[in-house]
Design a protein around this ligand. Structure first.
Ligand SMILES: N[C@@H](CCC(=O)N[C@@H](CS)C(=O)NCC(=O)O)C(=O)O
Length: 422
């Protein structure tokens, strides 16, 4: 049966989505990543004027140190350009430019600064709008001291030791492993107790009275630990009555406006651990719950729709190559399969834009032979569509491909469409 509504073509879908979201991105077709979110404050620049800051960050947007700088730039509403550095194949010019060869680095009005802590302090010194350090001298020196001692602070180190260590040690028996894990957990919890206490020193949810660079120093690492420990160690910071202030702090950070387009999702944090660090999830663990409300926000649905539309060729090729479909189809039927995948991706985008599906994937009643053929074709197409969508659902990497809230909208939309297919 013909679909009652024709699904629009890609250029039309892209235009609608772009016009309905506030987020801006750059498209690099045939490169990875194909879309890169731009600074939220570029509109402050007049035409032809260069932003005052260039941020050099990792291509995959996994680096917690880059996240600190990116967050500070957004909090301080500084317009910036982005240069992506592929850490697996660093360009020689970058190695020549930055003595450590590491990311992040920035150029502030042409002047190079590297090391995330030094970058945060330099930004604070050069841009006084939206201050991220207390004005009052005594509090300011407390904040600066906390930033300085961060590297020697055992909290993050003990958290990562709890997450990684026993897995790397293959020589020991399961019983010894259990004892070791318990000891690592106890050390980490003692450090969390101290963190909990420190958060109580000033009124309000943050370290200092207001959100500051101290919070930014801790945010990326603490959120990664909060997302990964439940999955790989069965240990939750977020649902733990022992740490009420830490929980309030994590929630307040998560909701900050400037963080919405930058923060990774727990799911992406978990994938990085699985894929880049070969950690094994514990059998019965579940990822931390995602924020349901986000899927309803139109701006984020449009972002998901727009970034997918900017990038559809790469996605169709990726699905064909890596989902397993290709092994089951003949060379001659590849173009047909490709067009079915393309159609299902457009349906997904249409759903994100409109919030409804005016076409049905459920089988039609087949009374005649001709209807039967149509039904068989529709069912076969739906099977390909289901594989493509199920594959994509877990493929999205945040914030590299889209923001966290857009990814929640994207995954929720896929779940809805899948439930209409079978
Ligand atoms: N202390 C540095 C750490 C930066 C860092 O370790 N960056 C990693 C990525 S998460 C990196 O560039 N790794 C590549 C390399 O070391 O060559 C900072 O705070 O900026």
């Amino acid at each position: 049966m013909e679909n009652p509504v024709k699904v629009p073509e890609w250029n039309e879908l892209l235009e609608i989505a772009r016009n309905r979201t506030t987020v801006k991105w750059k498209t690099n077709v045939n490169q990875s990543p194909a879309t890169v979110a731009l600074s939220s404050h570029l509109s402050k620049m007049t035409q032809g004027e260069k932003p005052p800051v260039v941020l050099y960050r990792d291509t995959n947007a996994w680096c917690p140190f880059c996240e600190r700088v990116w967050l500070a730039l957004e909090e301080k509403q500084i317009p910036f350009e982005i240069e992506l550095i592929n850490l697996r194949d660093k360009p020689q010019w970058y190695k020549d430019m930055v003595p450590t060869g590491r990311v992040p680095a920035v150029k502030i009005e042409g002047e190079l600064v590297y090391e995330s802590k030094d970058i945060l302090l330099a930004l604070e010194q050069k841009f006084d709008g939206f201050p991220l350090l207390p004005k009052e001298p005594e509090k300011r020196s407390v904040a600066l001291e906390m930033i300085e001692v961060f590297e020697s602070n055992d909290l993050i180190k003990s958290g990562y030791q709890f997450l990684f260590n026993s897995q790397q040690n293959t020589e020991i028996t399961p019983e010894e492993k259990e004892v070791e894990l318990l000891s690592l957990q106890t050390t980490f919890e003692t450090n969390l107790d101290h963190f909990e206490e420190t958060l109580g020193k000033y009124p309000g949810v943050y370290f200092m009275q207001e959100f500051s660079l101290v919070d930014i120093m801790y945010t990326p690492h603490l959120r990664r630990l909060a997302a990964n420990l439940p999955v790989f160690r069965g240990y939750s910071i977020s649902n733990n009555d022992r740490f009420p202030r830490i929980n309030q702090w994590l929630m307040a950070i998560d909701q900050r406006q400037a963080y919405q387009r930058i923060k990774p999702t727990p799911r992406t944090n978990n994938s990085v651990m699985k894929n880049a660090f070969s950690l094994q999830p514990i059998y019965d663990s579940k990822p931390e719950p995602q924020a349901e409300f986000a899927s309803l926000e139109k701006d984020y649905r449009m972002e998901a729709a727009g970034r997918l539309s900017s990038n559809y060729q790469t996605l169709v090729a990726d699905i064909l190559k890596n989902s397993g479909i290709k092994a089951w189809v003949s060379q001659e039927s590849l173009p047909t399969i490709e067009s079915v995948i393309d159609l299902y991706l457009r349906r997904l985008v249409y759903y994100l834009i409109e919030g409804s599906l005016p076409f049905s994937d459920r089988s039609v009643d087949a009374k005649t032979e001709q209807q039967n053929e149509v039904k068989e074709k529709a069912t076969a197409d739906a099977a390909v569509g289901a594989i493509a969508l199920a594959f994509l659902r877990n493929r999205v990497c945040v914030p590299r491909d889209m923001s966290a809230n857009a990814a929640v909208a994207f995954q929720t939309a896929i779940d809805t469409i899948l439930s209409c297919i079978y």
